[in-house]
Structure formats: structure tokens, C-alpha cells
Design a binder for this molecule. Structure first.
Ligand code: FAD
Length: 628
């Protein structure tokens, strides 16, 4: 066997799977080295993909030719679009998946990817010569050579788990931690820190009184994650349940606080602010009488349930005693307690936008090791790191995404520009161009770029093109078709909107909140015919196309405005400053700006303007020095 590769990916989690698939699909001879092949794509916490802003990331991964959307669609046991009551910029798909089937779907895809080999082992050391990574050594003593390496070791680096005062080394429950690797990287001057995260108990469904809970059903319409014309809902669709904690539960949890590693000083590192443990919630919000909990299935056939909202590292007996005070859980039997885990991460400001290290050439970092949290954030980074590792092997410009192009662009720019002081998760509020980064149009934004790269294949590209043609046709028709009051006013009244006083274009009527493409088309036969014509080649995707067309029509004004602002800022993005200045010697910059600019060494003026501590007047100084 030949242990020489173009690209080696360390770790078969969500970042590693996307990275390995991308590099191999682009044509690099790739090896994925992971501790346990049976845990490829394992979801360490809830087996749920997507959610607010995260769902958009998965759509982007899919539009770029990644796999997470396909795997999620194949294994979803409940699907919903969140935030439907808000505007389309906020809509986000979310799916509860079958944990075991998710793993097997990933594994089957990777095992059948040409150019990709999988090696089950633990990497213990990176080999670096003259500031460039050249290979690695595994615990079994195997030496691999590679042109590029992508590190995606997740929560495993020096991982330490906590349940009350009980501590156990490990990468996550029942899996060993990874030792020596952090140190072998830090030896070359790469800074690292410590973070923590946690997960709730897993419950045996046979012990739950479901009649004492409310139910929450999924949706069975046309929505899914992938833009490919795959079918929806492959597995049996299941319910979730909701209930609440109460004062008694809180009392027991409070009594356990002296044994809580989060509050007795045992855990010093910072956890995800937006996924707090139940003990953090009762301490932070002492006046809140109850907290909502979601009981979610772990699979199509298993009895195992995940208790969303009850993440905890309190002693096991406290967790159980507290839960027994919730009527539905009075006879509760659990499979395992909630626990917290501390792990190493590397300061992401040491990376370029391509996710290549600034310190060790051809070494890439993606996922939780960059201080993020979440499968989707990991997958998005993995994809970009895998693509750029391939590019470094075979030549070409680094592949990066701008902030107005993708949430993945926002994520990576935030990481490399601002760094992290707590686990970073994506929110729609992190994006300044939310209306440009919708879930419905990720294919329009990204598939062409991935196609030019060679990652999106012909079938994906043709699907995107035919959708675009259909959208253009529908929008053009709406802009040009004249509505006559005499012919439409009765219908408008029935639809609950005011009649027309004079003729107008169809698009103006469509802009009214009461009007949808579907309800007005029933009264405008020419429009109905046009819709049939526009979607004839894509009848399977008709609903998807009509939804996207309606968003384009109703939100055109907002979309145009954000696009204009993005284009104005793009001018600053085009002023390259990397390596141009000796910031330390520019006295007219503030001291903080000097320090931050030296540390980040931004690519462009626009990136410099996003560095915390670099003020508008510092940017003016740089603009003057650039002759602007
Ligand atoms: P991981 O999914 O951790 O995958 C890392 C992979 O690398 C594993 O396959 C591992 O075997 C392999 N590996 C590690 N070291 C080596 C080595 N030296 N050699 C070979 N292989 C190696 N996210 C949320 O968004 N919300 C939450 O509430 C949440 N709770 C969590 C609770 C717990 C207990 C844990 C462990 C994680 C939680 N997460 C949560 C985080 C989420 O699981 C991660 O963000 C996501 O899995 C990161 O993906 P990744 O690919 O970076 O790493």
C-alpha cells in the first residue's frame, strides 16, 4: 500500500466528511483518517440538522456540490421550515434525523467516492518541514505523506468529559480523546485555547408518559435540503413532544449546584452562549418559573429520545431526580446522563480565508477546532478547506466566498477576522445581507461557481439553469402583463384586497400581501398558462420554483437595495492591502488598531474595517496611505 496522498483529512466528523468528499470529487488523491469508521458523520449532540441560519448553510453546502443536504434528506424523520411567520430571509429548514442511518448514509457515500480512501487510525503527530506540512504519523506507527492536510478533529483534542465531580478523558461519550496532536501543532507557534460544550440525557421512550406532553408534527410538503431533484421524506415521519420544567425541578437543580462543574470551578473554559445548560438557565434567569423542553426521537426505530433544552453536567442522580419532578417523566429511565466536555481549539485568526494556516503552509483547519459549534458550521468550513487543499495541490486561485454571497462566507470571514472568545454559532443577525442569503436561492448564488470549479456536476448545473430560466420567465411576465380593473376587481375583492382604480402591471398586484402567485393565477388564465409553460420541464419542482419566484417579486425592492449596498462595499473589498504596510510603524493609527492589524494582516481594506478595534478613522488613515 502506498501511504502518499495529495490531501489527507484528519477526522471523519461533519467538517472532515465534507472536506474529504470535496477534495476527492475534485480529483485529488485523498485519504480520510478517522478513529472509528462506524462513527463517520456521528452527531455528537442532537441528531438534528439545520435550524435558523444553519439551515441556510446546509443549502449552501448542497448548492456547492457538498453532501450534507443529501444525507439529511435521506435520513430525516421530521422536517420543518422554521420562522415561517417572518420574512423569507429568516426561513430556515430543520430536520430531525435518524442518527444511525445518517452515519451509514455518509459512510456509503464516502466509501463509494472515487479517489477517496479511508484509514481507521488516530493521528498523533504532524510532520512539518521548513514551515510546510509534509505528512503525519498515527498511533499505529504508520507514516503518511501528503501535499496538504486538513485537520478536523472536533471536540477530541485533549477532550475531558464531566458529569458532576466525575471526570473522564474522552472525545465524546464512549470515544477516546486525541492526545499529542495539539502539542505537535502548537510546537510550530500556533496558538490554542480551551472551550466546552454539553449535551442532555438520552431517555428510554418506554418510560415516558406521552399523554402528559404536547405534540409537534413535522411538515410533509415539497421542502427539503438538497436542490437536486431527489424525492422528499424517505423514512417514516415522526412526532416530537414538548413539556416544561417547574419550580420543583429548579429547586433540585439548584441544590446540586455545588457539585456542578460549571459552578464549582472544575470547568474554566467557555461554553456556547446560545446552547446553555439547564443549570446555567436557572442561574441566569432565576425569576423564570419554567423552561420549555423538546423530546425528540433519535431514530426511526429506536426507543432512544433526546431531551432538547436539558443539557447538563450536574451529577447523574441530580439530573434524574430533577427530571422525575416533570409529570411526563415521573417514571423516567435513561440510557445515559447529560455531560459536558472540554477540548482544545486553535485561534482561527491564524488562518487565511481559504482556511489554510498562515503559519504552516498547506495545513488547513476546519470545524470545531476553529472554535465553532454545530454540524452545519463544521460542514461549511470542511467543504471550503477541502476545496482549497485540492487547489493547493493542483494550482489555481484560492476559493473563498464573500459575505454577500453566502453564510459560509460570513462565518469564515468572522472567524479569521474577529476570532472567537466563545463557541461560535451562526445566526441570521451575523449577516449584513440577510435578504441576499436566503434558503431558496443558495443554488442561484453558488452553483455556477462550484460548477466552474468542477465540484458541482453537470446534472446539478442544468437543474440550476432550468430553474433560473423558469424564474426569469415568470418574473418577466409579471412585470409586463397588464391587468384591467374590469376583469380582475371581483377577484381582488374576494381575495380581500382593494379593487384597482386603473390598469396596472401584474407585478404590482402580486406585491400586495394578500396576493400570491397561486391565488391570482386562478383568476388570470394567461398567467396560469405562463406558469405551466415556465415549469413544464420541471414539473417535479413546480412548487419550489413558484415559491422562489414569489419571493423575488415581493422582495425585489429590498433585494435591490441590499445588492446596491453590497456592491458599494465591494469597492473596499477590491483594495488589497495584504503585506503592503508595516502597521507597527504607522503612528497615525490607534495603538489598538496597530496591534490588531499586525495580528490579522487583512487581505483588503474591507476586511480591515471589520476587525474589532479598528475604527473608521483608522480606515481613513489606510485609505489615505493607499492614495484614495
Ligand atoms: P466532530 O464531529 O467532533 O468530528 C471529529 C472527528 O475527528 C471524529 O470522527 C473523531 O473520531 C475524529 N478524530 C479526532 N481526533 C482524531 C485523530 N487524532 N485522528 C483521527 N481522527 C480523529 N453543537 C451544537 O451546535 N449544539 C450543541 O448543543 C452541541 N452540543 C454538543 C455536545 C457534545 C457533548 C459534543 C461532543 C458536541 C456538541 N456540539 C454541539 C458540537 C458538534 O458536535 C460539533 O460542532 C460538530 O460535531 C463539529 O464537527 P467536526 O467535524 O468539527 O468535529
Amino acid at each position: 500500500m502506498d501511504f502518499k496522498y495529495d490531501v489527507i483529512v484528519i477526522g471523519g466528523g461533519h467538517a472532515g466528511c465534507e472536506a474529504a468528499a470535496a477534495a476527492a470529487n475534485l480529483g485529488s488523491k485523498t485519504c480520510l483518517i478517522t478513529m472509528d469508521m462506524n462513527k463517520i458523520g456521528q452527531m455528537s449532540c442532537n441528531p438534528a440538522v439545520g435550524g435558523i441560519a444553519k439551515g441556510q448553510i446546509v443549502r449552501e453546502i448542497d448548492a456547492l456540490g457538498g453532501q450534507m443536504g443529501l444525507v439529511t434528506d435521506e435520513t430525516a424523520i421530521q422536517f420543518r421550515i422554521l420562522n415561517r411567520s417572518k420574512g423569507p430571509a429568516m426561513w430556515s429548514p430543520r430536520a430531525q434525523c435518524d442518527r444511525a442511518k445518517f452515519i451509514w448514509s455518509w459512510r456509503e457515500r464516502l466509501e463509494n467516492t472515487p479517489n477517496l480512501h479511508i484509514w481507521q487510525d488516530t493521528v498523533s503527530e504532524l510532520l512539518v518541514e521548513n514551515g510546510e506540512v509534509t505528512g503525519l504519523v498515527t498511533l499505529w506507527g504508520v507514516t503518511f505523506k501528503a501535499k496538504c492536510i486538513v485537520l478536523t478533529a472536533g471536540t477530541f483534542l485533549n477532550g475531558l468529559m464531566h458529569v458532576g465531580r466525575h471526570q473522564l478523558p474522552g472525545g465524546r461519550m464512549a470515544e477516546p480523546a486525541s492526545y499529542q496532536l495539539t502539542e505537535s501543532i502548537a510546537r510550530h507557534g500556533i496558538a490554542y485555547g480551551r472551550m466546552k460544550t454539553g449535551t442532555p440525557v438520552r431517555i428510554d421512550a418506554r418510560s415516558v408518559h406521552f399523554d402528559l406532553m404536547d405534540t409537534q408534527d413535522g411538515e410533509c410538503d415539497f421542502h427539503k435540503f438538497s436542490f437536486m431533484n431527489t424525492s422528499t421524506r424517505h423514512l417514516k415521519q415522526l412526532q416530537c413532544w414538548t413539556c416544561y420544567t417547574n419550580e420543583e425541578v429548579h429547586r433540585i437543580l439548584r441544590e446540586g449546584l455545588p457539585d456542578s462543574p460549571l459552578f464549582n470551578g472544575q470547568i474554566q473554559s467557555i461554553g456556547p452562549r446560545y446552547c446553555p445548560s439547564i443549570e446555567t438557565k436557572i442561574v441566569t434567569f432565576p425569576d423564570k418559573e419554567q423552561h420549555q423542553l423538546f423530546l425528540e426521537p433519535e431514530g426511526e426505530t429506536t426507543q432512544e429520545l433526546y431531551l432538547n433544552g436539558f443539557s447538563s453536567s450536574l451529577p447523574m442522580d441530580i439530573q434524574i431526580a430533577a427530571l422525575k419532578k416533570i409529570p411526563a417523566f415521573r417514571d423516567i429511565v435513561i440510557y445515559r446522563p447529560g455531560y459536558a466536555i472540554e477540548y482544545d481549539y486553535f485561534d482561527p485568526t491564524q488562518l487565511k480565508h481559504s482556511l489554510e494556516s498562515k503559519i504552516i503552509r498547506n495545513l488547513f483547519f476546519a470545524g470545531q477546532v476553529n472554535g465553532t459549534t454545530g454540524y452545519e458550521e463544521a460542514g461549511g468550513q470542511g467543504l471550503i478547506a477541502g476545496i482549497n487543499a485540492h487547489i493547493n495541490c493542483h494550482g489555481g486561485e484560492a476559493f473563498t466566498l464573500a459575505r454577500d454571497e453566502a453564510y459560509i462566507g460570513v462565518l469564515i470571514d468572522d472567524l479569521v477576522t474577529k476570532g472567537v472568545d466563545e463557541p461560535y454559532r451562526m445566526f441570521t443577525s451575523r449577516a449584513e445581507y440577510r435578504i441576499l442569503l436566503r434558503m431558496d436561492d443558495a443554488d442561484m448564488r453558488l452553483t455556477e461557481r462550484a460548477y466552474r470549479l468542477g465540484l458541482a456536476k453537470e446534472d446539478r448545473y442544468q437543474l440550476m439553469k432550468s430553474k433560473k430560466e423558469a424564474l426569469d420567465q415568470i418574473v418577466d411576465f409579471a412585470k409586463n402583463y397588464s391587468m384591467k380593473p374590469a376583469l380582475i376587481n371581483d377577484a381582488l375583492e374576494k381575495l380581500g384586497t382593494t379593487p384597482l382604480r386603473q390598469g396596472c402591471k401584474l407585478i404590482e398586484v402580486l406585491n400586495r400581501p394578500q396576493i400570491t402567485i397561486e391565488n391570482i393565477a386562478e383568476h388570470v388564465p394567461a398567467f396560469q398558462r405562463e406558469l405551466e409553460k415556465a415549469t413544464a420541464a420541471d414539473s417535479d419542482r413546480k412548487e419550489e420554483i413558484l415559491e422562489a419566484a414569489e419571493i423575488l417579486i415581493k422582495y425585489q425592492g429590498y433585494i435591490d437595495r441590499e445588492r446596491m449596498i453590497a456592491e458599494k462595499l465591494a469597492r473596499l473589498e477590491s483594495i488589497k492591502i495584504k503585506g503592503k504596510f508595516d502597521y507597527a510603524s504607522i503612528q497615525s493609527l490607534s495603538t489598538e488598531a496597530r496591534q490588531k492589524l499586525v495580528k490579522i494582516d487583512p487581505e483588503t481594506i474591507a476586511q480591515a474595517s471589520r476587525i474589532p478595534g479598528v475604527s473608521p478613522s483608522d480606515i481613513n488613515v489606510l485609505l489615505v496611505l493607499c492614495g484614495r
